[in-house]
Ligand binder design. Structure first.
Ligand code: RB5
Length: 148
């Protein structure tokens, strides 16, 4: 069974619940690292939690939600081995898996609707990394991480 980590700040509570239901209906096991209340919290906490959970293995990937998807994706991308992408439409989600082997998908709950987020999630999960010519570039990203 596929296992995903999910997380969110206060802006992402409602969309997180909808995405969790959608994933569970798809037969995906989901572990929730996010906040549960709409009182203000700090997105770096949740981006790091999901980033570390995914980087340590045990999860096929992660989903993160904040107001725009930006802050929480920046946080996740600070974790070594994480390639997080913010998506508002399925094309980027598909290409980000095919070419960039993204392992965390981020949404802006104040940017897109629930149905769009579900469609993007399905596209991302149904797409596999192509490898080949793209691997050299991912290796180059890893080398940047080493130089930090
Ligand atoms: C919180 O108001 C908001 O700044 C946060 O959810 C996110 O959009 C940051 O990038």
């Amino acid at each position: 069974m596929m296992k995903l980590a999910i997380g969110n700040d206060h802006a992402g509570v409602e969309l997180k619940k909808e995405i969790m239901k959608h994933l569970q209906a798809r037969g995906v096991e989901v572990q929730d690292f996010g906040c549960q209340e709409t009182t203000s919290v700090d997105y770096p906490v949740y981006g790091e939690k999901v980033g570390r959970a995914v980087a340590q293995g045990g999860f096929e990937g992660g989903i993160l939600i904040c107001g725009t998807g930006v802050g929480i994706s920046l946080a996740a991308n600070q974790v070594k081995g994480i390639r997080a992408v913010v998506c508002s439409e399925p094309y980027t989600a598909k290409m980000s898996k095919l070419h960039n082997n993204t392992n965390v998908l981020c949404f802006g709950a104040r940017v897109i609707g629930v149905d769009m987020a579900k469609m993007i999630t399905d596209t991302w999960l149904d797409t596999q990394y192509e490898g080949g010519r793209h691997q050299k570039r991912l290796d180059m990203l890893e080398q940047i991480e080493e130089r930090r």
